[in-house]
Design a protein around this ligand. Structure first.
Ligand code: ADP
Length: 347
């Protein structure tokens, strides 16, 4: 980890602890305010009751003395005992409040940590996202900057060479644009969105549209897509589900040889609909399978093959869409034989 990242992490931890202590203090303040008010009330009620009991006793003794025609005694009760009772009540209430203070402090601290944890996780995730994105953007931008600077210094550059350079630079710009577009899509799925309106959608219709969307890529490689869907309806977001299938199908085309076949099957499993997208492509190494849904992860063979474009963002977007629909995505694959992506979505 870079020194800068270590410092940022430390600063974040410090801020998290400060916020946690602040929240604990607020919890404590509220609890102690209620507890002290309640104790004061209790103390008042108890002392009043003691006073009432002694008055009652005084009247009873007076009546008994009057009945026997004796003069009433001058002292009915011992003030010292009453003061002692008051002192003991005060002490007990103080003790109870002390216990409440310690317990509420401890529990409040734990509760504050639990309350703030999701916010910390989200902030950590956001920071990681920003640092990963800027890291990925830096490479094409640096190459663009260097080649432009070198060209500017070259006084003998011909128009033909300048055109070739602009052409190269345009490729880099397109790459940056694709990357920023994908980052934007991913960022949209990162934040919790409450505005999503899930509606009843036809899976068959969405799959057909997804196939239409990537038909030119498939045609380019002479790849056949077989679709045999049954009519299933889901509660979901049509555009996002379309995006999900386009990502999986686009990968299936990208990582498949020419003239191969991709098959799409749908079936019902329990309370879910399973969509299986199978290709006859290069397959995924077992060691890569646990990571392919991670942001910016690309298996070695795709990274080293400059023919296959990508930034390792597609499957992380796909996973976010599946999670948004409370579904699951998994893959089974064999190198050089093909891959099968299985998406399960609740009906
Ligand atoms: P990329 O832009 O690199 O395709 P993805 O997130 O879509 O990024 O995929 C991540 C990695 O998973 C790819 O780089 C590739 O190595 C692997 N992968 C995804 N789909 C397939 C597939 N159908 N066949 C083989 N490998 C795949």
């Amino acid at each position: 980890m870079l020194l800068k990242e270590v410092l940022v992490t430390r600063l974040e931890n410090k801020m998290f602890n400060q916020a946690r202590l602040k929240l604990t203090s607020w919890y404590l303040l509220v609890i102690m305010f209620i507890s002290l008010c309640f104790s004061a009330l209790l103390y008042r009620v108890i002392t009043l009751e003691v006073l009432r009991a002694t008055q009652f006793q005084k009247q009873r003794i007076e009546r008994q003395f009057q009945a026997r025609n004796f003069p009433p005694p001058l002292v009915f009760y011992d003030q010292e005992i009453i003061d002692e009772v008051k002192k003991r009540v005060l002490l007990s209430l103080g003790l109870v409040n002390g216990v409440i203070l310690i317990t509420a402090g401890g529990l409040g601290y734990i509760l504050a940590g639990k309350t703030l944890k999701p916010i910390k996780v989200m902030l950590d995730e956001q920071n990681r996202f920003i640092s990963d994105s800027s890291h990925e953007l830096r490479t094409p931008l640096t190459s663009l900057k260097t080649s432009t600077e070198v060209a500017l210094l070259d006084k003998t550059m011909t128009i033909k060479e300048a055109r070739a350079l602009i052409k190269e630079n345009l490729k880099d710009i397109n790459r940056i644009q694709t990357l920023s577009d994908e980052l934007l899509v991913l960022a949209q799925f990162q934040k919790p969105n409450t505005k999503n309106k899930f509606i009843k959608v036809s899976l068959k219709k969405i799959l057909e549209k997804s196939i239409r969307d990537i038909s030119s890529q498939a045609k380019h490689k002479n790849i056949k897509i077989n679709l045999s869907p049954k009519q299933y309806f889901l509660n979901g977001l049509e555009d996002d589900l379309n995006k999900l299938f386009v990502i999986i199908l686009d990968n299936a085309i990208k990582y498949s040889p020419e003239k191969s076949t991709i098959s799409i099957k749908t079936s019902k499993t329990g309370n879910c609909v399973a969509i299986k997208i199978k290709d006859q492509g290069v397959g995924i190494d077992q060691k890569d399978i646990p990571h392919i849904f991670d942001r910016f992860y690309r298996a070695d063979q795709s990274r080293t093959n400059s023919q296959i474009n990508g930034y390792g963002l597609g499957l992380s977007i796909a996973k976010k869409i599946v999670e948004l629909h409370k579904g699951q995505i998994s893959v089974s694959s064999e190198v050089a034989k093909g891959s099968e992506f299985i998406i399960k979505l609740p009906k």
